[in-house]
Each structure stands twice: as C-alpha cells, then as structure tokens.
Design a protein around this ligand. Structure first.
Ligand code: PEP
Ligand code: MN
Length: 358
C-alpha cells in the first residue's frame, strides 16, 4: 500500500492528550509478581502516568531466562486498571496472546521487534484483532528494514485496525557501540516522511540498554518531534528479572521526564506565526535572487568557455581562480560572513562552471 493510512488520531484513543508532549507509556519490562506490578503502578500514577506497560510473555534470547509469568499476570494488569484507573498494555506475539488479552480487558497491545520481523505472525495477530477496538503499537523490526515495518502496518490496517502507532526501539548491530541497539533515527525520519499520520513513540530503554543513556535518547526523540515515549520502570530495578540495567525507579523516571526540553514544531501564537511568515517570505525572495544571480553567472561563464575554445585556451587558469577565491574571502569577511564558508561555496560554483565549459 502506498499513501496514507486512514487512522484514528492519537488524541481520540482515550489514552493520551497532546499537547503536551511526550505521551508516556511506562511500566516494568516484565510483570514479575502482583506486589511488583502494583507498587510500580502506584509510583507511576503518583506523577500522572496513565498508560501502564508490562511484559507478560517475554521473548528471551536464551531459553531458561525468565520468560514471563503468562496469563496470571493479566489479572494483575486488570487490577492496575481497577485500582489506579490506568490504561494497560502488553506485548503480543501470536493469536493466543491476543485472545488472552481480550479476555482480561487489556486496553492496548504492541508487537515486539522480533514479531514485526515475521509477517506470518503479524498476519495472525492482525486477524485475531479484527473487529476489536484495541489500539496496536508496532515496534520496528530488529533489522533496519523500513518496508518490513510498514508492511506490518499494512497487514493490521487491512483488518480494519484504525488505532495504530509506531514504537522506535533501534536495531541490532554487529558494531561495538555504547547503546544496546543502534538508534538508527533515519528510519523514523523516513517513516515520518512516508506516513506522517502514524504517531511515533520512542523506546529509549531498549535502545539504551543502560539507565545512563535514557535521558539523551529521550531528548533526541523529542527534538525529532515524536509524540511519545515508552520507558521501562520498575519499583526496584536492582532485582528485576529482565532488563535490570535499563529500568528506572518511578521517581527517577519522573526526574528524567522533567529534565526534557520540549521545543514545539508549531504554535498557535498569531504574532509569532505572522513574523515567521514574513521572515520566510523574505528568505524566499532572497533565494530567488540567489538563483537568478547564479544563473546569470553561469551564462557569463559559458560565454567565457566559448571564447576560450575559439582561441584554443585551456578551461582552467589556476592563477585566476586563486585570485577570485582571495577576493571572495575578503569580501565575505567584509559582509560578516565566514571566509571559509564563502571559499567552500565558491569552489562548488567553480566546479559547476568548469563542467559547463566542457
Ligand atoms: C519489551 O518491550 O519488553 C521488548 C521485549 O522489547 P523489544 O521487542 O523492542 O525487544
Ligand atoms: Mn525489556
């Protein structure tokens, strides 16, 4: 499918309210016990988190690692909803998970990075969710394949699912980098360009792998204009059964979120918008002038080329070009421009002129 998906706007899901950014989903990597699930939820609710995550079935690299508590944990999530009025969400990796989530009133589900990479599973999940109103978030696949990610949205959309969002969690890499997964922000930029209607959450936790990097990655997500964050939070990360190094206590998450600087892409402030419009109009006129001047310059340089050819003279005379560059650099300085910048620009112009004289 090309073009836009027909989606229900994020603010109409009954989960989030924009502005302000970010819309936050928080909670432990895994639901481990009823006490851990409730204590974490209480800590998050205290500072206004309304959407709670917890993994019930965990996709672990090695068998024998903690693979989640299974259906029992869905009861705890139901209790979070009843006691704190929070919306709940968990990862589904097949139709059985979907049916269990429906049975226990889970409000939203997400597809994990390994699941998005498997079209058979995505199709199965999409069909199981057909005729429900459950919002679905889709993590990017573990490999940097934008089409595979978009393909998952297509499968879900084809089953009538209209509440869709993306979660960017970075991609696997064989390079030695400081993060657990390579952020690969260009994937999000490209997704935004192709499907601006899909709201995007960043998952700094799985990108970072370590608490220390959560702030910088979350700030980057905000600077890129993403709508939300999904962050792992545990009442006592030191005893977490999965992803212990990347989880924050609820109070630490609160501090991290408060440290973010949110710059908005647009504002309703009329005076600001008017001034911005005027300045942009001036830029447009100046750009036209620049283009006209460049085109005029090229025309003269073509005349010089013809003249040189007729007189059997080489195209480039180094001495002449050095003199031009010197003059340009000193004039640029006089106008308050960086002479080095001017030289770089004129070298590009020169290259194009010489190509025209061939
Ligand atoms: C998770 O969110 O707990 C998880 C397993 O993430 P991912 O699918 O991004 O690895
Ligand atoms: Mn995790």
């Amino acid at each position: 499918m090309t073009g836009k998906f027909d989606l229900v706007p994020l603010n109409d899901w009954g989960f989030f309210h924009l502005p302000p950014r970010p819309c936050v989903i928080a909670g432990p990597c895994s639901a481990e016990s009823e006490a851990q699930v409730m204590e974490t939820a209480e800590g998050l609710k205290k500072f206004g988190i309304n959407v709670y995550r917890a993994g019930i079935w965990k996709p672990r690299t090695h068998p024998g690692s903690f693979e989640g508590v299974g259906t029992e944990g869905l009861k705890w999530l139901r209790e979070v909803k009843n006691r704190y009025g929070m919306r709940t969400c968990t990862e589904v990796a097949g139709e059985k998970h979907v049916f269990e989530c429906i049975k226990y009133g889970i409000d939203m589900v997400w597809l994990g990075a390994r699941t998005t990479a498997n079209p058979f599973l995505v199709q199965e999940i999409a069909e199981a969710l057909r005729d429900t109103d459950i919002p679905v978030l889709v993590k990017n696949p573990v490999n940097p394949d934008l089409d595979l990610w978009i393909g998952a949205f297509e499968r879900l959309h084809a089953q009538g699912i209209r509440k869709l969002g993306a979660i960017h969690r970075g991609v696997s890499t064989s390079q030695k980098i400081k993060y657990r997964n390579a952020p690969e922000w260009n994937m999000v930029v490209e997704l935004r360009a192709r499907h601006p209607e899909i709201p995007v959450f960043a998952d700094p936790s799985h990108m970072a792998g370590k608490r220390d990097y959560l702030q910088e990655l979350s700030q980057m997500a905000m600077d890129l204009g993403l709508e939300g964050l999904m962050v792992e939070s545990h009442c006592d990360p030191s005893c977490a059964l999965s992803d212990a190094a990347q989880q924050l206590k609820p109070s630490e998450l609160q501090n991290m979120l408060e440290s973010l600087v949110i710059r908005d892409a647009a504002t309703a402030d009329e005076a600001f918008n008017d001034t911005l419009r005027e300045l942009r109009a001036q830029i447009d006129v100046l750009d036209e002038n620049l283009l006209f001047t460049l085109a005029s310059r090229m025309k003269v340089s073509r005349q010089i080329g013809t003249l040189k050819k007729a007189n059997n003279i080489a195209i480039v005379q180094p001495g002449r070009w050095d003199a031009v560059l010197e003059k340009v650099a000193s004039s640029a300085a006089g106008y308050g421009l960086d002479p080095e910048f001017a030289k770089k620009l004129w070298n590009l112009i020169h290259e194009a002129s010489v190509a025209q004289q061939n």
